[in-house]
Design a protein around this ligand. Structure first.
Ligand SMILES: C[S@@+](CC[C@H](N)C(=O)[O-])C[C@H]1O[C@@H](n2cnc3c(N)ncnc32)[C@H](O)[C@@H]1O
Length: 248
């Protein structure tokens, strides 16, 4: 596998997502056969938003804002939601979608790096990240930042691709992921950064299941659990930020 495919320097990742932004939603839904929408809905059902009084929520690496807007619907518009990403072109589309959904007053978008968040400690009741952590240059730093801005007792939810454990399905998936998806994605998006060859490469080398749960624990989360979706093609990981000892 050419090593430049897995070059995760911030500038390259930002440029890559900036370039595919116009195609991102269309290709996401096409290449996942629309399953990605169900994964986001399921995430919001399994990790539901709390009441507005518990504080705002943050959707990190929000891209075109799909998970942030899924949570806006799940909360019936009662929650203040921040979507953060460092690719400007993605956020432009996120803001348009939020406007169209009538959510602009509740869902705000902030351009920033996941490894240095411009938010105070203990701000959010819930911090989510879907299909983003894999792309963050230093994912442990990203995780620690997520934990830092989460309120004590609040939750961190990571939705990310994983490798199916079933052997037959795993092979089928690998074929689709290695050959068909990069071909279709590259042809349609004409990404100069080979974004759709980067995608399978980045998933195959990314920790999943217990390995990722361990990294979340190392970042300061407790009660970390994970639930595979659709035969383990994606997995939802959830952890809780410990309350300071002596606090109620
Ligand atoms: C695959 S997209 C996922 C978008 C969206 N969450 C979804 O579920 O479709 C990954 C996003 O992560 C963003 N990203 C990657 N590294 C980042 C970083 N260090 N800081 C902020 N955003 C980052 C990219 O710009 C891109 O929009």
């Amino acid at each position: 596998m050419p090593t430049e495919l897995l070059d995760k320097k911030e500038a390259r990742i930002r440029r890559m997502f900036g370039q595919i932004a116009p195609w991102y939603d269309f290709l996401n839904h096409l290449l996942s056969l629309n399953i990605d929408k169900r994964w986001r809905d399921r995430t919001a059902r399994l990790v539901p938003p709390g009441p507005a009084s518990a504080g705002p929520m943050l959707d990190l690496c929000t891209g075109t804002g799909d998970l942030a807007l899924t949570y806006d619907r799940a909360a019936n518009g009662a929650l203040s939601i921040v979507g953060a990403d460092f690719a400007h072109e993605m956020l432009v589309r996120a803001a348009l979608k939020s406007d169209k959904a009538g959510a602009a007053a509740r869902v705000q978008f902030v351009e920033c790096d996941a490894q240095a968040l411009p938010f105070a400690d203990n701000t959010f009741q819930l911090v989510t990240i879907s299909f983003g952590l894999r792309n963050v240059t230093d994912m442990d730093k990203g995780l620690r930042e997520m934990v830092r801005v989460t309120k004590p007792g609040g939750r961190v939810a990571v939705l990310e691709f994983s490798k199916p454990r079933n052997r037959v399905l795993g092979r089928l998936y690998l074929w689709y992921f290695r050959y068909l998806l990069p071909l279709v994605g590259q042809l349609l998006s004409r990404s100069k950064e080979s974004a759709y060859r980067y995608l399978p490469a980045s998933v195959l080398q990314f920790p999943d299941y217990e390995a990722l749960a361990d990294r979340m624990r190392a970042a300061g989360l407790t009660d970390v659990t994970f639930e595979p979706f659709t035969f383990g093609i994606a997995t939802l990981y959830v952890g809780v930020k410990e309350r300071a000892s002596g606090a109620t």
